[in-house]
Design a protein around this ligand. Structure first.
Ligand code: URA
Length: 450
């Protein structure tokens, strides 16, 4: 690739001094940030020093200039893809992370079926949230570690490809993401912005749709914090000449009914078949509409939504998904027959202690319960159990009788299931009246050209 653009070598700093300056609440210079990012990427600065800096950055916050410098340093820790060979607009979508948040698996093939090119670089599970790569890897054989040449070959064949950060593309985020996951340093708007935007800017895209989650299962618990993060990312993308939009969407309960890697792939297949839960379909149509609109395939978002529905209902999006799975080494028979996806050995129901209405679900606890079952990581080295997870039978607003199942755990270890069950019992709140329906899409923050 002619697309390499490494950062200039940083001036020499003592890493301890840089950490102490951030701990003291000072603004770091661009050169200090490049020192940290490049030193860590090259393996010269150890995990424990970067962990300390991440914690200082989370507690003290980063200024806009620091956030911009961090995004740039991470972007240039590796190559920036050159996708100029593709005539069609290159569009992507990225979520800030949620529970049961699986729309990427539907949207990449949907937008490709609509004639766009979707070069999607995704992440693994982070904290209590699931990751697109872990979900995809539950498809037998599916490879997310393609080289740049293989990635481009898949894009040429079917218009969409979904991979992880490679040693070539944003290697800094590959390392920092894993470290943040296990050091309690995820929930910083600046760190999230730099992580997401460095990956997205390295993809060589023209436009980006952001799904910024707000609520009890999101990293940003309030709409105000989500809006701050959304504006930061829209501003960062526009500075780099990208068409941008951010949708602030509700994460006060899991999206859809399934939480857990293979379970979520099965739910996405149902959506691609034209069925599946209404909230998940609605969000896929809305985000898909924006992708098609920013990519120039629909004059308005409303027309984009009609086109998105047509691409699902005609089976074209599913066909793209099957093709992408095949091209990335996965078994396409698992798409036609999802029983071939991993299944857990045991099931356990969590039942309602009383009759009433589900008034709230502590969404982060549902995500954590899935991690406890083995569906996410507690430590960097942990491997994922693709089969485990939770199927929610009742969601907020649903009527429930005493003794009726609220959700079912899919599990492989009794000890883990016991702990997760307690957590899920606590996470459901049952009240006497049905709560007012919540808005799924709370706010839209368009960039200047959206
Ligand atoms: N998704 C990412 O890619 N990075 C984050 O930090 C959070 C969500």
């Amino acid at each position: 690739m002619s697309d390499s653009a490494k950062s200039a070598p940083s001036a020499t700093f003592r890493t301890t001094d840089v950490i102490r300056r951030k701990r003291g609440g000072h603004e770091l210079s661009r050169a200090e940030i490049v020192h940290l990012v490049d030193g860590y990427t090259r393996g010269e600065i150890p995990d424990y020093q970067i962990s300390a800096w991440l914690m200082a950055a989370l507690l003290r916050g980063l200024t806009r200039a620091e956030t911009a410098a961090l995004t740039d340093a991470m972007l240039h820790s590796g190559q920036v893809l050159d996708l100029s060979e593709f005539a069609a607009p290159k569009v992507d979508k990225h979520s800030t992370g949620g529970v049961g948040d699986k729309t990427s698996l539907v949207l990449a093939p949907l937008a490709a079926a609509g004639g766009l090119v979707v070069p999607m670089i995704s992440g693994r599970g982070l904290g209590h949230t699931g990751g697109t790569l872990d979900k995809l890897e539950s498809i037998p054989g599916f490879r997310v570690d393609l080289s740049t040449a293989q990635f481009k070959a898949v894009l040429r064949e079917c218009g969409c490809a979904m991979i992880g950060q490679t040693p070539e593309i944003v290697p800094a985020d590959r390392k920092l993401y894993g470290l943040r996951d296990v050091t309690g340093t995820v929930e910083s708007p600046s760190l999230i912005c730099a992580s997401i935007m460095s990956k997205k800017l390295a993809e060589g895209i023209d436009a980006l749709v952001l799904d910024v989650k707000a609520g009890s299962g999101a990293f940003m618990k309030t709409e105000q914090d989500a809006a701050f993060l959304a504006e930061l990312m829209v501003e960062t993308g526009e500075r780099m000449g990208k068409k941008m939009v951010a949708l602030i969407t509700s994460m006060d309960e899991p999206l859809g009914h399934c939480v857990g890697n293979a379970l979520e792939v099965k739910e996405c297949i149902r959506i691609l078949l034209g069925s599946g839960p209404a909230d998940l379909r609605e969000l896929c149509l809305e985000l898909g509409a924006w992708m098609l609109h920013l990519g120039g395939r629909a004059d308005t978002v409303a027309k984009g939504k009609q086109l998105a529905a047509k691409l699902i209902d005609s089976g074209q999006a599913l066909e793209k998904f099957r093709r992408m799975v095949e091209l990335q080494g996965g078994d396409p028979r698992a798409i036609d027959d999802p029983t071939r996806l991993p299944n857990s050995s045991y099931l356990l129901e969590v039942v309602s202690p009383k009759t009433g209405y589900v008034s709230a679900i502590q969404c982060e606890d549902v995500g954590t319960a899935c991690v406890i079952l083995g569906g996410g990581r507690e430590k960097k080295e942990d491997s994922i159990d693709p089969a485990v997870g939770i199927v929610l039978h009742k969601k907020v607003g649903d009527r429930v009788e005493a003794g009726e199942p609220l959700c079912t755990l899919h599990y492989n270890s009794d000890a883990r299931a016991g702990h997760a069950k307690q957590m899920l019992e606590r996470s459901y709140e049952i009240g006497e009246v049905s709560p007012a329906p919540a808005l799924l899409i709370r706010r839209i923050i368009p960039g200047g050209s959206a």
